[in-house]
Design a protein around this ligand. Structure first.
Ligand SMILES: [Fe+2]
Length: 384
């Protein structure tokens, strides 16, 4: 039976009703038509409003943990990636560690010590509710003209977490309220002083118990290549369009794995930049179809970032050394030099719920992903 959702009042019904906007067919399988049409419109809006040039690439991500797991999350990241501790401080409402590696977005690992968690409502799914403060919450993009950018977006109706831009010692910062489609917030930072110093006006240095092990193979795990966020099939188009409306990213391509009811959609700024991947089901009507690992993950964990992918040199050695050291994997190392790509997924972390992906593209491989790897890795996430 066909079902429609009214674009205005959000009522689901068998017969589409018209409240001035066309009802959306919920039953249909997804394709890229809506996103491609939106992309054209957004491109012209960006030119008109002048937002090209006001938002750049990814500066850092913010991962929040439970207070009790903050140190172990920092230690785990240092033990399983090339990230090193660059700074740690406490401010009025949170403990913060900054982890960095060359040519990469930075990682801000936080634990709230005071105040309300605005992401709490998004962390209540069956397999995530035991860690109600745990999520990769925010992707923060650089902005060379934050004041102008915020004025334009406020005019469009975008809601930010604070009324005003926050002034820190070396930067200006603001972030959106969590997206109703992804549960993620998008942040913006304009550097006014020493780049990479995220301290607010008032802060105290924080002692971090974790230490970076002196292991050569960890240096082979390098920059953040992409992040994949999982969303409900019916919200996939809106999640990608919302992200394009907030940044200068464009929808690049999507890989459909019909037998797993899964789409992997890639948004990019340039080929050299960090990419944001959206993974969703294909069918909007999951009651009547095979759910598959992607839609099942969203049901179990809620819409959220599923994995962080790190570019990895000498990936065979890294994979086997991590495994021998006790890191558990959802998948084997998949792909080959002939196919142009090798990747592996760790199990989700008990500290952050996040999966690490290690990825190596061989030679002049230009395809970003291969369909066979996407299929094998998606299948591996059934175990979650
Ligand atoms: Fe990935």
């Amino acid at each position: 039976m066909k079902k429609y959702i009214c674009a205005k009042c959000r009522t689901v019904s068998i017969i589409p009703h018209d409240h001035g906007q066309k009802s959306e067919n919920l039953t249909a399988e997804i394709d890229d038509t809506v996103i491609l049409a939106a992309h054209k419109k957004i491109d012209s809006e960006r030119r008109q409003a002048g937002t090209y040039g006001l938002v750049g690439g990814l500066d850092h991500v913010i991962i929040n943990t439970e207070q009790s797991k903050h140190m172990s999350a920092i230690g785990e990241l240092m033990n399983t990636t090339g990230l090193r501790l660059a700074d740690a401080f406490e401010d009025e409402s949170r403990n913060v560690a900054i982890l960095t590696t060359d040519n990469s977005a930075n990682f801000m690992v936080t634990a709230r010590t005071d105040g309300i968690n605005p992401f709490l409502a998004f962390n209540q799914a069956p397999k995530s509710a035991h860690l109600p403060n745990t999520r990769l919450e925010t992707l923060v993009f650089s902005s060379p003209g934050l004041e102008k950018y915020v004025a334009i977006q406020k005019n469009r109706g975008v809601r930010f977490m604070t009324d005003e831009i926050i002034e820190r010692r070396n930067c200006l910062f603001i972030q959106t309220v969590p997206s109703l489609f992804t549960g993620n917030s998008i942040g913006f930072i304009q550097w006014t002083g020493k780049e990479g110093n995220y301290r607010p006006q008032k802060s105290r240095s924080l002692e971090i118990e974790a230490h970076k092990p002196p292991s050569q193979y960890l240096d082979q795990i390098q920059y953040l290549d992409h992040i994949a966020t999982r969303v409900e099939a019916k919200l996939r188009d809106r999640a990608i369009i919302e992200f394009m409306e907030l940044t200068n990213y464009s929808f690049d391509f999507a890989i459909y794995i019909k037998k797993l009811n899964s789409i992997t959609s890639v948004a990019r700024l340039t080929k050299a930049d960090f990419a944001l991947v959206f993974t969703s089901g294909i069918s909007k009507n999951i009651q009547e179809e095979y759910i598959g690992p992607t839609e099942m993950y969203v049901r179990n964990y809620g819409a959220r970032v599923h994995h962080m992918a790190f570019h990895t040199e000498d990936i065979d050695n890294v994979f086997h050394t991590l495994k021998a050291g006790g890191v558990e994997f959802l998948s084997d190392l998949v792909g080959s030099p002939e196919e142009g790509l090798k990747q592996a997924f760790t199990k989700g972390s008990n500290n952050t719920l996040l999966v690490n992906e290690y990825i190596h593209r061989f030679g002049d491989f230009d395809g970003f992903f291969t369909k066979s790897n996407v299929e094998t890795l998606t299948k591996a996430t059934e175990k979650q």
